[in-house]
Design a binder for this molecule. Structure first.
Ligand code: ADP
Length: 324
């Protein structure tokens, strides 16, 4: 193998740059040419391909976002698109490809592997919702960013004796909410994994909790709500009218995706990028890199995609008791 490519795909995540940088530097170390494909599979189909030298990745390890840019690409979900993608790789001499992204991006990687391009997936998402790994690139930074924002909201909500509902990202997963909720000492944490769709019931529980705490002299009440549960604004209105206690909702939004990555994200992303290159050097394809039981590892993409992930029951139970 002489030439490999690297792309970032799907939602961006802090420390994707650290992974790209590691692919470039370790690739060079192993005697490979490394090409960067811009804007995910979109850039592959449009042949937005550049030569990656360590100079291209200079000054990127501390920056959020992805210097390769990212995009979603519907055309790549079609057989025609995938064939064209494989042809473009071949035309540019790209024999191996590192795909940094989430489950959707790995589906695409699997298709390219079937078409003769050796592909390795690296888990990059702030949501932590990739089943075959305990760590995903960007989660640690996103959770720290959200935690710091919530700490600030908590200060002002205490001063005004308000109830605050803060909605954090995570798509269908509640990891960011669970971590932020515990880390900020939230009174209530709402996550999709334990939400049965009965919003009035959940609101009633919050209302009772809020009134109980107020009677005990607590000056604030913080609810961390997951994107997958949603409805933060309407929830705030109903809680305020039921209790007479001023209630505000804040949706943190895209600030959670940006910012300088934490040391943990830079370190793990670097290791995973390097690991992907070494898998390609060993002739492997159709694998996804993960982190399990304290070690970096890899498994078949298909096998990884078929796995499901559950939030630990003990963590959920303790999170609830800590806010009680
Ligand atoms: P993520 O990788 O973060 O899960 P998406 O689900 O949006 O994000 O997927 C990113 C891109 O991966 C899509 O825009 C598409 O180009 C490609 N992709 C997603 N699903 C498939 C699929 N089933 N087959 C081929 N490519 C796919």
């Amino acid at each position: 193998i002489k030439t490999i490519g690297v792309l970032t795909s799907g939602g961006d995540a802090p420390a994707m740059n650290a992974a790209v940088r590691a692919v470039v530097r370790i690739g060079k170390e192993r005697g490979l040419n490394v090409k960067g494909i811009k804007k995910g599979y979109n850039g592959l189909l449009n042949e937005e391909i550049i030569d990656m030298t360590p100079k291209v990745t200079a000054d990127s390890i501390m920056r959020g976002g992805t210097i390769l840019l990212t995009a979603r690409c519907d055309e790549f979900k079609t057989e025609e698109g995938q064939k064209r993608g494989a042809e473009v790789c071949k035309a540019h001499g790209i024999e191996g490809l590192v795909v940094i992204g989430g489950d959707g991006s790995f589906q695409g990687a699997r298709k390219l592997a079937e078409l003769g391009i050796n592909t390795i997936g690296v888990p990059g998402t702030i949501d932590l919702d990739i089943a075959c790994t305990e760590y995903t690139i960007g989660f640690d930074t996103a959770v720290n960013t959200a935690m710091q924002a919530i700490d600030k909201i908590r200060d002002t909500s205490t001063s005004h004796e308000r109830c605050s509902i803060v909605e954090v990202m995570g798509r269908g997963a509640g990891y960011i909410a669970l971590w932020c909720g515990v880390a900020t000492g939230a009174e209530d944490i709402l996550i999709p994994e334990s939400f049965d769709g009965n919003l009035p019931k959940v609101e009633q529980q919050i209302i009772e909790h809020l009134l109980r705490n107020r009677a005990r002299g607590k000056t604030h009440h913080l609810v961390v709500n997951a994107e997958g549960v949603g409805h933060s604004y309407s929830m705030a209105k109903r809680i305020e009218s039921a209790t007479g206690i001023e209630t505000r909702a804040t949706i943190l939004g895209h600030m959670q995706r940006g910012g300088s990555p934490t040391a943990k994200d830079r370190m793990y992303a670097s290791m995973m990028g390097a690991y992907a290159v070494d898998l390609l050097c060993a002739g492997k394809s159709n694998r996804v890199v993960g982190y399990q039981n304290g070690k970096f590892m890899d498994m078949d993409i298909q096998e990884g995609l078929a796995m499901t992930k559950h939030i630990d029951d003990y963590q959920l139970q303790i999170a609830h008791l800590l806010g009680k």
